[in-house]
Design a protein around this ligand. Structure first.
Ligand code: SF4
Ligand code: SF4
Length: 196
């Protein structure tokens, strides 16, 4: 015989109390896909590529732990006026990411020194065929339109280097006005016609 004892019907009352509490509390269920979820703007949904910024340095492909970035390129000569010889630059031919292998660690986005890779919060790109999860250069480029703008600068933080440099340059004429340069006197040699 069970050694448990208690008021008869206690379990039923407890169960009903839980039911009542759940019925009256606010539901957290999100009606996806009818209602789009409100994701944080920096969510890791898909990786977007800004191909113009890519210099084919290969850092992202080398650092990717899953080896799921495939890059191909060729070199082309650029003739620069005044230069002794033509320069060479890399032209990006292929940039694929296989999202069936990607583990969304973000290392590629972090290591890119030229701001060519970004996170987009878009996540609705499931496919029936796993091969279609290989996104090529054009497909990755299309995600750029869904990349959110960078967060606003912290007012209490240091200004960005670019902003500080621009502000310094803008302030330069004002400071030179405060300390005017020496003006050649009217009675100088040129005024006298001594120097041609
Ligand atoms: S997020 Fe990580 S796993 Fe995915 S492509 Fe970038 S480095 Fe590779
Ligand atoms: S790290 Fe950036 S610049 Fe270098 S190959 Fe990757 S995307 Fe291009």
């Amino acid at each position: 015989m069970s050694e448990r004892s208690g008021i008869p019907g206690e379990g039923l009352v407890k169960g009903l109390a839980v039911t009542l509490k759940t019925m009256t509390s606010r539901s957290t269920t999100q009606q996806y896909p009818d209602v789009a979820p409100e994701l944080p703007p920096r969510s890791r949904g898909v990786i977007a590529l800004l191909a113009e910024n890519c210099t084919v340095c290969m850092l992202c492909a080398r650092e990717c732990p899953d080896w799921c970035i495939y890059i191909d390129s060729h070199k082309e000569e650029v003739v620069v006026a005044g230069a002794a010889r033509p320069r060479q630059r890399n032209v990006l031919d292929k940039f694929d990411i296989d999202f069936s292998l990607c583990m969304y660690c973000g290392i590629c986005v972090e290591v890119c020194p030229f701001d060519a890779l970004y996170w987009s919060p878009e996540f609705e790109y499931a496919e029936y065929d796993i091969k279609d999860l290989l996104h090529d250069k054009d497909h990755l480029g299309q995600w750029m339109g869904t990349v959110p703008p960078p967060p606003a600068h912290d007012h209490n933080g240091e200004p960005a280097k670019e902003e500080a440099t621009a502000a310094r340059k803008a302030a330069a004429p004002t400071s030179s006005a405060a300390h005017p340069t020496v003006v050649r006197p009217e009675s100088g040699p040129a005024a006298d016609g001594g120097t041609p």
